[in-house]
Design a protein around this ligand. Structure first.
Ligand code: GRF
Length: 204
């Protein structure tokens, strides 16, 4: 019998506002082809874990500090297999995954990046640095991108983008909040649903 829903695992490291957007979208029926089954954090004190627990979602902590890169990836892989996960969503996950891992999950890992790729992306562009670079360049429009994850940092196929104007007088902090609110929290759930539908239809 074909699967009714795609099982989603969300990987996090911090506050988890993108995870919250996914949980809200699931409750609000925007994500209907998938269900968040597991949240994995590389940090035991990530507030994202509290958000998951409040929503009744299973959690796990996989520390790169304790296990090393290979150990961390092996642990994530075994959790993914144990839980029958079909789609991995990186939502503010601050660890790089090796090409061995990304190849094993080709077209099964998506990431949200807070700029319009190919601008301000790749190695070293994370967190506030992305917005600092956009402001330093003086661009008037930025945004967010959801893309498949491959061995090239922020280099996988683009799934969805949303543009956000940059008001005069923006700071990196104010721009980060604006991009999250107007772009990230909107397109991540939509992209999740889109990819889940494709997985169910065996199109990818
Ligand atoms: C977001 O800006 C996301 O684009 C980036 O990390 C941040 C995560 O924030 N990759 P949160 O943990 O979802 O609140």
């Amino acid at each position: 019998m074909p699967k009714a829903k795609v099982n989603i695992c969300v990987l996090v490291s911090g506050g988890g506002t993108n995870l919250q957007a996914l949980i809200d979208a699931q409750n609000g029926g925007i994500i209907k082809s998938g269900q968040i089954k597991l949240v994995i954090s590389n940090k035991s004190d990530a507030y994202a874990l509290v958000r998951a627990q409040n929503a009744g979602i299973a959690t796990a902590v996989v520390s790169k500090k304790e296990l090393g890169q290979q150990g961390m990836e092996d642990k994530i892989s075994s959790l993914i297999k144990q839980n029958g996960i079909d789609l991995i969503v990186l939502a503010g996950f601050m660890c790089i995954l090796t090409s061995d891992f990304t190849r094993e999950y080709d077209h099964r890992i998506i990431n949200i990046h807070p700029s319009l790729i190919p601008s301000f992306c790749g190695e070293g562009y994370y967190g506030l640095r992305v917005h600092e670079a956009a402001l330093a360049k003086g661009v008037k429009v930025t945004g967010a991108t959801v893309h498949f994850v491959n061995e090239i940092p922020d280099g996988g196929e683009i799934i969805m983008q949303k543009a956000v104007t940059i008001p005069d007088g923006s700071t990196a902090e104010s721009l980060q909040k604006r991009v999250m609110k107007l772009a990230e929290w909107r397109i991540l759930p939509l992209a999740c649903e889109k990819v889940s539908q494709k997985i169910l239809k065996e199109e990818i």
